[in-house]
Design a protein around this ligand. Structure first.
Ligand SMILES: *Cc1c(COP(=O)(O)O)cnc(C)c1O
Length: 369
């Protein structure tokens, strides 16, 4: 008999399934990399901002040294932008890191963590990694049902994950609903408000989550530079919360969890409002392009507030996987979401106009066949 290492709850974890890398699809399907379109990981189709590239080139000279463990410059940039003191900021190796740190800092094995059905896969992973019990609350119209989530809180609940907008469904909770929820959550329960797609929200939908952080000591807001800021490959995100939360996150994070190139690039990107505006515009235009095509093809989709859209490509539970493979054969990488319990759907990241067009043409061909 072979030895089984580690606790049962670790062995039970199903690994995260990311978007297929371009090089892998090229190898598997015998395609030329330059002809492949990747709309699978909600990356910024503009790539990184030029300002970040320049900042990194400068920072390369010092790469022989350890990064600043406390991220002084980057925290200063975040302080300037969001008006929170540096003691309220935790830097993460991607915001994924912040989500993991929250689970490790606030939850013991056997305690419970609440998140919504069809919400970000990392919530389940972070919960399982600490041996906690997941309370998965049924979605309402593919989004969070905050009333039901509040009712699901038990005496041993320590953490609640909320994604706004949500991935992979793109749904959005208006500010008033979140605020009403924060009011009734017991003070010992930490609420992680994951705002990975915040920068894509139209101005009239933007809300002041940082003001809530001042009001609610149990609120942790997380942000990333992977999406609108175009720095996914660098792995940089941050959390904002009062020191009673931030102190603990900083104690358990790795001392050098954010590398020096990422820190330098993030400072430049946070100050690059022109790039951010351009990203939002490209996204809004591309979203319209994709959804107009879905309308014309009579395909159901979930209206999205992020940089991606969930579309139903068939009525059988094999549809998502089947159309996904057919798209791969044509060099288009999107994200199947069967692992989220959405086997009839695909998640399409918004790309450049020509990328969206290539996807639409491939999809039309497949669905007509
Ligand atoms: C993409 C994403 C993140 C974080 O990504 P990082 O690259 O780790 O910062 C976090 N939450 C949601 C909901 C996401 O979709």
């Amino acid at each position: 008999m072979s030895i089984e290492f580690g606790p049962k709850y670790v062995r039970a974890i199903a690994p995260y399934q990311g978007g297929k890398p371009i090089a892998e699809v090229a190898r598997e399907f015998g395609l030329d990399e330059s002809n492949i379109v990747k709309l699978a990981s909600n990356e910024n189709p503009l790539g990184m901002p030029e300002s970040a590239r320049q900042a990194m080139l400068k920072a390369v000279a010092e790469i022989g040294r350890y990064p600043d463990s406390n991220g002084f410059e980057l925290k200063a940039a975040i302080t300037a932008k969001y008006g929170v003191p540096p003691e309220w900021i935790t830097l993460g190796n991607g915001s994924n890191d912040i989500l993991e740190l929250a689970a490790h800092a606030f939850v013991q094995p056997g305690q419970s963590v609440i998140y919504a059905q069809y919400s970000f896969a990392v919530y389940a992973l972070a919960t399982q990694a600490v041996g906690a019990q997941a309370i998965v609350v049924a979605a309402k119209n593919y989004g969070h049902d905050l009333d039901a989530m509040a009712r699901a809180i038990t005496a041993d609940t320590r953490l609640i994950f909320i994604a706004n907008p949500n991935n992979p469904t793109g749904t959005f909770l208006p500010a008033a609903e979140i605020e009403a929820f924060l009011k009734i959550v017991p003070p010992q329960v930490v609420v992680v408000l994951d705002e990975a797609y915040n920068e894509f929200l139209a101005p009239e939908l933007q809300y002041e989550s940082i003001a809530w952080v001042r009001q609610y000591p149990n609120l942790l807001v997380s942000r990333t530079l992977s999406k609108a800021y175009g720095l996914a490959g660098l792995r940089i995100g941050f959390g904002i919360a009062q020191p009673s939360i931030t102190d603990l996150l900083n104690r358990i994070r790795q001392p050098f969890n954010v590398n020096s190139l990422a820190q330098a690039a993030a400072v430049a990107a946070l100050n690059d409002s022109a790039f951010l505006q351009k990203s939002a515009k490209v996204n809004a235009d591309g979203y319209r392009q994709l959804t107009q095509a879905f309308d014309a093809m009579d395909l159901e989709y979930v209206p999205s507030f992020g940089n991606f859209v969930l579309v139903r490509v068939g009525n059988e539970d094999t549809a998502g996987a089947r159309v996904n493979i057919a798209l791969l054969k044509q060099g288009v990488i999107v994200r199947p979401v069967g692992n989220y319990g959405l086997p009839q759907w695909l998640r399409i990241s918004v790309g450049l106009p020509e990328e969206n067009a290539a996807f639409i043409a491939a999809l039309k061909k497949i669905l007509a066949a």
